[in-house]
Design a protein around this ligand. Sequence first.
Ligand SMILES: Cc1cc2nc3c(=O)[nH]c(=O)nc-3n(C[C@H](O)[C@H](O)[C@H](O)COP(=O)(O)O)c2cc1C
Length: 324
Amino acid sequence: MSIIGLKSNVFLAPMAGITDYPFRKVIAQRGLVNLYSEMAAINAISRKNPKTYRIIDVRNEPYPVIVQLVGGNPDLFSEAAKLAADLGAYSLDINMGCPVKKIVANNSGSALMKDLPLASKIIEATVKATPLKVSVKFRKGWDNSSINAVEFAKMCEESGASYVTIHGRTRAQGYSGEADWDIIRQVKKAVKIPVIGNGDVTSPELAKKMLEQTNADGVMIGRGCLGNPWLLGQVHNYLHNGVLPALVPIKELKEALLQQLADMVDFYGKEMAVAISRKYVCWYSKNLRDAKKFREIYTKIYDYSDAIKAIEDYFSKQEESSIL
Ligand SMILES: Cc1cc2nc3c(=O)[nH]c(=O)nc-3n(C[C@H](O)[C@H](O)[C@H](O)COP(=O)(O)O)c2cc1C
């Protein structure tokens, strides 16, 4: 089944501070997958915050981008949806799973799992605002004593959502413990719209296992892609052609990191790009020799040309071998 006309059933998870244009591009060039924006706060959109505008402006990207909105006010959702549609969104996703205090305190993110009438109004307002399809991403429930993903998914379906994504953890769990895939299976059984399963998938084999266990229509992967922009494409290939991935040569790892850095310069400017690149350097070097030493050196770099030189030097010194 094609999910809202998309060509794959493998999704990059929306991640604030990570799934920006440079990250989407590096992934899109390495496989067929569906891409999300970072979450964009509807309150900031209505205040015309330039940083938030930049998150939802995906007009220059040649592949579909699902733009994720977060907030707690149906009218502002309607406004933000219209703007996101004008700025090139392929479809809209509503964040009803974010556990962060600041978001929850604002009746937003996973707080909406405790207020189904408001969540429903938000979905209806967003669906009505534009011709774009609208999906919802949520969790297992607020905490262990209020697990309501099945009821919540039914509400999403009745309110007009085109598909739902469920992360198998409660709000109280944050990102700790294991994701519960059985709740994904229960949600899938309860609704007719497509269900995407999310949580703890880090390899093509685990993606297949999760789909088999849950009967979900698609799989979403977040943290597994950090330092591994090939993973999602590999998962797609494995699920659809049964092909297990070949190892990725270190040279290609270096090229991916350098490309991402160059795109970050175009997007954020040199100074910010170098600062943001520190976390990527950690992720890209995580399985390599002398990574700790390299990270220590890299954290002290502020200049763009020094950053490139450090990356070139470090990766060239690694044996010509393969990882991942
Ligand atoms: C750094 C970080 C930022 C995240 N930001 C968002 C976000 O903006 N919107 C959202 O719906 N989920 C967000 N998430 C949750 C992920 O989309 C995903 O549900 C979660 O990481 C579980 O999937 P995984 O085990 O494959 O990482 C974030 C997760 C991380 C680690």
